[in-house]
Design a protein around this ligand. Structure first.
Ligand code: GRF
Length: 209
């Protein structure tokens, strides 16, 4: 039980690559900064994803569901089965580089989070940091949002903002955004786990007591 008497929220992490956001979440839990959550399972759709290896080294439960060449609905049904088997309550996309099927999204209504390296709704899609840099914005950042059926579109849980420096290039900007992502994701999960926040239309706000 966590401090408030609630059981920790069971997270299912989905990743495809290096997994630095996953590791930041795991570190927050281990260091007691995210006491309201626990990682139930880490799933990769890519066999050699470094994030999957890191999860195994931490002693976490892992699963590999290779998606390459597979029908999306069938692949996602297999992931759903694994998430259900581990009684996952909140799915966290952490660099999961594949679109989810409508069936998967419907199975976890307002229970899937994603992190995106821009201040949405600006610069959805791939290479968002470079898009922002090329556009010449003066502020950049990251967004944690609920996943709906549209790309990088669901209700925003929180954003973190940084100035773009004259000395930046696309790479340094991406590095500084990533550092913000590592703070933002755990904080967003904490909001969901607290039970103190709710969706009102497109807004995610603290409940009035
Ligand atoms: C991050 O930039 C995240 O915002 C985006 O994919 C990247 C994943 O990085 N969705 P990592 O695998 O968590 O290091």
């Amino acid at each position: 039980m966590s401090e408030g008497g609630r059981s920790p929220l069971r997270l299912g992490i989905l990743l495809s690559g290096r997994g630095s956001n996953f590791l930041a979440i795991a570190r927050s839990i281990r260091e007691g900064r995210l006491a309201g959550a626990e990682i139930a399972v880490v799933i990769s759709n890519v066999a050699d994803a470094p994030g999957l290896t890191a999860a195994g080294s931490l002693g976490l439960t892992t699963a590999l569901h290779v998606s390459k060449g597979r029908n999306r609905a069938e692949h996602d049904a297999d992931m759903l089965a694994t998430l259900c088997q581990h009684e996952v309550e909140l799915v966290c996309l952490a660099g999961y580089m594949r679109l989810l099927s409508p069936e998967f999204i419907a199975a976890f209504p307002d229970r899937i989070l994603n992190i995106h390296p821009s201040l949405l709704p600006a610069f959805p899609g791939l290479e968002a940091q470079q898009q922002a840099f090329d556009y010449g914005v003066k502020f950049a950042g990251c967004t944690v949002h609920f996943v709906d059926e549209h790309l990088d579109h669901g209700v925003i849980v929180l954003q973190r903002v940084i100035p773009v420096l004259d000395s930046d290039d696309g790479h340094t900007l991406a590095d500084r955004i990533l550092a913000e992502e590592h703070i933002a994701y755990a904080e967003a999960i904490g909001r969901v786990a607290s039970g103190e926040w709710e969706i009102q239309g497109r807004r995610y706000v603290r409940r009035l007591h």
